[in-house]
Design a protein around this ligand. Structure first.
Ligand SMILES: [Zn+2]
Length: 236
């Protein structure tokens, strides 16, 4: 056995020295109002409180019975949108600390009944798109946070065909565009899904068509209940 420090330990050792220096050179700002805050990833309390809008979303008739419930943690505008867009389209990870602070606050406002850690499945990207983006943004947002609280992260779904961007399509067109786009991942055994309650996670909910199609795929594989959490939505 080697006595060398492991990589993570060494990294946090360096970080413990680097953080105060970085903080001096590049002071941290609240992502909403720009005021100075003590540490990277912090918000001022009033802005954080404003941004967190945990709510259960109304589901379209066609998604009821497929998705049991869907929750959003914030509104898709302002600071949250500004944190999400560079992560999604510009491979910039510097907003993740502030998103994590946001999740901690939002998680505390979810009803306790929602917190029964089980299997959590991210909405998958088409392989080419995930490579182009340098990862799946939903995984970057939720994985560490949920695993730290006992959830089992499972990439149980794959996207089996590229789809047109949902942006700008009507609700009917979105549903048609996404139909049949997902399948169970090749390494998933039936008992991982059959008879289980599954939580789907995605970054944004617009019409819910993508989440509903994922839920349909999981139900075909025998999932007994499927609900969804999203970071942000413009639905009220
Ligand atoms: Zn602020």
């Amino acid at each position: 056995m080697s006595a060398a420090p492991n990589g993570a330990g060494f990294f946090s050792f360096i970080k413990s020295f680097a953080s105060p220096v970085l903080e001096f050179l590049f002071p941290s700002h609240c992502p909403a109002c720009g005021a100075y805050v003590e540490a990277r990833g912090e918000w001022c309390p009033a802005c954080l409180s404003n941004a967190v809008r945990v709510r259960r979303l109304p589901l379209d008739a066609s998604h009821q019975g497929v998705l049991d419930e869907a929750w959003a943690f914030g509104l898709y505008h302002g600071a949250l949108r500004n944190l999400l867009l560079p992560l999604k389209f510009k491979k910039r990870r510097d907003g993740l600390d502030a998103i994590r602070t946001f999740l901690d606050e939002a998680g505390g406002r979810l009803p306790r009944a929602e917190w029964m850690p089980g299997v959590v499945v991210p909405v998958p990207l088409f392989t080419g798109k995930e490579k182009e983006r340098g990862g799946n943004q939903t995984e970057m947002i939720f994985r560490d946070w949920l695993e730290a609280q006992g959830w089992t992260w499972r990439r149980a779904l794959v996207r089996i065909r590229a789809t047109e961007p949902q942006f700008g399509l009507s609700a009917a067109m979105r549903a048609e565009n996404i139909k049949g786009a997902f399948a169970l991942a090749g390494d998933v055994s039936p008992e991982e899904v059959a008879g289980r309650t599954v939580l789907l996670v995605d970054d944004i909910l617009t019409t819910g068509a993508t989440l509903a199609e994922c839920a349909r795929t999981l139900r075909k594989a025998g999932a007994s209940a499927v609900s969804a959490w999203t970071l942000a939505s413009d639905r009220l």
